[in-house]
Design a protein around this ligand. Sequence first.
Ligand code: ZN
Ligand code: ZN
Ligand code: FE
Length: 760
Amino acid sequence: MRVEPIERRRIQLRGLLQGVGFRPFVFRLATDLGLSGAVWNRPEGVTIEIEGVRPNLETFLLRIERERPVHAVIDRIDNTPLEPIGEERFEIRESDHGGAREASILPDLATCADCLREIFDPDDRRYRYPFTNCTHCGPRFSMIESLPYDRINTTMREFPLCEECRNEYENPSDRRFHAEPNACPACGPHLELWEPDGALRASHDEALLAAADALRQGKIVAVKGLGGFHLMVDARNEEAVQRLRQRKIREAKPFALMFPTPASVGTVCRLSELESHLLLSPESPIVLLKKSASSAIALSVAPDNPYLGVLLPYTPLHHLLMAELGFPVVATSGNRSEEPICTDENDALRRLAGIADLFLIHNRPIVRPLDDSVVRVIAVRPLILRRARGYAPLSFQIETNRSLLAVGGHLKNTVAISAGGRITLSQHLGDLENAETDQTFRQAIADLKKLYHHSPDAVVCDLHPDYRSTQFARETGLPLCPVQHHYAHLLSCMAEHRLEGALLGIAWDGSGLGPDGTLWGGEFLKIDERSFQRVAHFRTFRLPGGERAMREPRRSALGLLYETFGDRAFEGRAALSAFNAEERRILKKMLETGLNAPLTSSAGRLFDAVASLLGLKQTSRFEGEAAMALEFACEGIETEEAYPFRILERGTPKSPLIIDWAPLIEAILGELEQSRPIGEIAAFFHNTLSEIMVSVARRIGEEKVVLTGGCFQNKVLTERAMMRLSAEGFQPYRHQQIPPNDGGLAVGQILAALRINQEK
Ligand code: ZN
Ligand code: ZN
Ligand code: FE
């Protein structure tokens, strides 16, 4: 009989491996195959030392990749031979705390089916326990303070395991083996219900039942969840929903809804298989769903909007509460107006004073704020519009060892770092328009630095000097690398599809500063290995009142009309009836002199202008409202028709093509006179924009076309553009994982800095 020699290997793995039940999986596999050795977490990944006969070692390696736990991602495996040492057993060792901090951190995961069964099983010791979790589900990013991922480095450190929980935690064949947030009613966190003055009204299950009672009575309850507070109210109670709008100072921006079950969603919304899959995924985002014709949902939940933002319960607390209620509730971020989400109960008492009637809280601290993520299905694929709970942090490999910090843009801010061959993108932090959000932004940067022991050697920011993020970048005193806004948008989409080399980028959004000092936003950039060239853009027009034009589409309309008709713009157009005589006088002055009326080539402002001309929106109550109204107006209209436009070539081959929208605007004005239905005009307008893309793409001649910028949150525009570009033989790419809006900028900024650096 041939005796196989004993071999020993050290296997180093990198990727998403901590907090997913990877070590117990390795333990079971090694034990099954009669191998000895050990497995332990390192800050940068997982190490296995394994000893046995070669065929078994090879099977082991094969099966590690093939059978790894569902949420585990292996980026890299290094395999080094060692001298056998004759060990007898396989063990899971304590973590090694030294070395570089670059392990990926797992996002928070929605409650799994096994845990769900336990909390509704009267015979289970976790019956009705709101903090039940296991290695397949539960808090992660919201409770991790430092790496490696061990209980001692999480906020669960404050809850010593009881004997039963410890047995589960230490038993390799248990579902809770090394489940770091493991807890039960005897040893884990608990609920309390507080009055607005902080007085305790009830605790444990009674707190939950009393909170449910209050919601049934139309009260507004602040509920501390996984990544922060929600404000909840009965979604069927019009009066209560309006009260929440008034107290929160949120006029019209849609509220998200939490439904008790997938079936209950089906009674109010139409949903595809993919959409219900997204709702039930471990990431458990808010999914934008088309409303059905009739529903019991209060109209003020999402005024003038054919969509509802829907999510399902994603923690045992939410499951228990929703099962108690049996009806949908508004579940909007626990904040006032545009402030960041509250994470701490004492802070919530102060900041949500006057908004919430009661506070359902718990004593597990939340390390960092994580809003609910938002996803929309566009062209049969999910598009993540907001990356936060469930998706954050995003981490992926790139070829660089530079340590950079990218501070993102101004709205929908996120930040990113690069180190040790990886980029890590933070969660959504919000619009940097007030002191609270600024604080959250600064904390998030400090947090990433601490988590990853990251010390950047340069800071990447937007070209715009007035963004709070740019100001912060300057304050660091580190070398600065300003990156043009739309270039960053494009590189973020290219990163997602791992695109290299020459291509045409179409970056359309509200605005971003161009190197020429004008506000860009309707850009066609040709990308090469190192830089970009502006090859085409929309004809510019003035925005009277600058910043104010962002909130008043009628100002964009006026600027556009003035550019086309000069003084005749002021003669009796519908869009102008929205201004009084005095306002018109001031606006005219601005347009004539150009003072406080910057030039823009923005596609977003073109949407605003058309929405205003069509009488859909003269003032916006939240960012993107006018463009959304235009998109929604196309509802149910199938048409191939488009309006005319002109592409102007200027002097030298180097100067960009100008897309003249004047024929388009004249056509729309003519249609309005002929009383063409608004919906048809809106649909023709979207078609025209797609034809513009095709027409420019033909002239530039690059096969690959990348679509990016906030305008591509628009389903009608994106689907039409993808379809038309493909039909004309181009290869179009759009965002899916990284938001096309400013939430994706930080990733692009890092990539731009790396390219600029190459050049030197
Ligand atoms: Zn579970
Ligand atoms: Zn316990
Ligand atoms: Fe942008």
